[in-house]
Design a protein around this ligand. Structure first.
Ligand code: ZN
Length: 431
């Protein structure tokens, strides 16, 4: 049996409602498939008269690769016009959204495919553009358009959340001074799902997002997890007054480490008159000091003790190190009541006059955040999932060479870590 080559091409192409008119082979590795959409003669939208053909135009679309070749789908589009001269309706074309939405340069199926490759699997835009034989912007625009349409359509993406965490993330350094631009991400701290990303790390945009949520959804949030940031505390005080605030342990320990580092740098400058250099004892022990104590072996501990003796004449850095370890110990206490008592004593002790200023400041912070810190022992909800999501998002950022636009950053982050329903994408075409 002989098969008509254009008919075969139609079958392979798998596009509904098109006739393959021809195939062109302009060079190695590239194929042009010329198609004509099947159209019923339309009627004029104003007067209802059966339309006439005005002319035909060819539109080239980037399609999925076939047989190891990049493919251009050349669509012959019919321009229609009203036969009545007085009607005044201009010419028009019919849209075939299963072929491609109007104004898009990728076919619909190629658009969905790039959205999955880049959005879901975090392949780089450049790599995917190379596979399709088109430019970076064509792919990036499609990922954003299809991704945004998917996220808009996926109304069930966010379910019940018991522990909501907010966290700041840097999304861009821009300009000659590498100015930092920040965003705030909302994460389901139990399920580890990225819920939303908004611009800024003050409380304005996060408050606006929470204000748009269903009151019933908000009412189910039992725990509000945060780092030691004043704006986020104000955000939860105002927007989630009934949720109990929980200070994330990761950030509490990070703060104690920051104070230790501050103390080391000050003592360094005071004793040696300059900032840390690679042979200074205190500079050499900075990483040992930041490490968790139980992770130091005997050699590490002996080295740390020796370096501290050499570079810390008044024992200030040693105090700060012990303070950091004491804060870490808090999280080994299994019981909220004991943890509360321990923290109360610790924060008073650390504010004693004999301690260096950095340690006293740490003590004051612990007092100010006392209830939030102790709440963790009941909630056991941490920003751990948020940190994990930060790592995911970093992967997205590396692939994208930094996002210039917040909108792109938001969509890519949500596609990768926000768990959209990818099944829905099969039915989605953007506008
Ligand atoms: Zn008309």
């Amino acid at each position: 049996m002989e098969i008509d080559p254009t008919r075969m091409c139609e079958l392979l192409l798998g596009l509904p409602e098109v006739d393959v008119v021809g195939v062109d082979d302009p060079g190695p590795g590239h194929l042009v498939v010329i198609v004509s959409p099947r159209e019923e003669r339309p009627s004029c939208s104003r007067c209802g008269t059966s339309a006439w053909v005005k002319d035909h135009r060819e539109v080239d679309l980037v399609d999925l690769p076939a047989f190891d070749q990049t493919v251009t789908l050349r669509v012959i589009r019919t321009r229609w016009r009203c036969p009545k001269f007085r009607c005044g309706v201009g010419s028009w074309t019919l849209e075939h959204r299963e072929i491609a939405p109007a104004g898009h340069r990728l076919t619909t199926r190629a658009g969905r495919w790039v959205c999955v490759q880049v959005g879901r699997y975090a392949r780089s835009v450049a790599e995917v553009a190379d596979a399709l034989g088109c430019d970076w912007h064509t792919v990036n625009d499609a990922v954003v358009a299809y991704g945004e349409a998917l996220l808009d359509a996926d109304e069930d993406r966010i379910g019940v959340v018991r522990a909501l965490s907010v966290d700041e993330t840097l999304f861009l350094r821009e300009g000659p001074w590498r100015r930092q631009r920040w965003s705030t991400q909302f994460v389901d701290a139990r399920g580890g799902q990225l819920l939303e990303v908004v611009e800024g790390r003050d409380s304005a945009a996060p408050a606006a997002w929470l204000a748009e949520r269903d009151p019933l959804w908000l009412a189910r949030i039992q725990w509000a997890v945060l780092d030691l940031s004043g704006p986020y505390r104000a955000l939860f005080d105002t927007m989630l007054p009934d949720a109990e605030q929980v200070a994330d342990p990761f950030h509490v320990v990070k703060h104690a480490n920051a104070k230790l580092d501050e103390c080391r740098r000050r003592v360094q400058t005071e004793t040696l008159g300059h900032r840390g250099r690679k042979n200074d004892p205190l500079y050499r022990c900075r990483r040992l000091m930041l490490a968790a104590h139980e992770r130091l072996d005997h050699r590490g501990e002996a080295k740390l003790a020796g370096l501290l003796r050499a570079g810390d004449p008044h024992g200030e850095v040693a105090y700060a190190w012990h303070a950091k370890e004491a804060v870490r110990f808090l999280y080994d206490i299994p019981n909220a009541e004991f943890a509360g008592r321990y923290l109360d004593e610790l924060s008073v002790d650390l504010q004693d006059d004999e301690f260096p200023p950095e340690v006293r400041a740490l003590g004051r912070t612990l007092t100010r955040w006392r209830d939030q810190i102790v709440a963790w022992h009941r909630a056991r909800a941490t920003n751990g999932p948020a940190e994990a999501i930060n790592n995911l998002v970093k992967r997205v950022k590396r692939g994208a060479f930094g996002f210039r636009r917040f909108r792109h950053y938001r969509i890519r982050s949500l596609l990768y870590a926000g768990r959209p329903n990818w099944e829905l994408l099969k039915t989605i075409t953007p506008h």
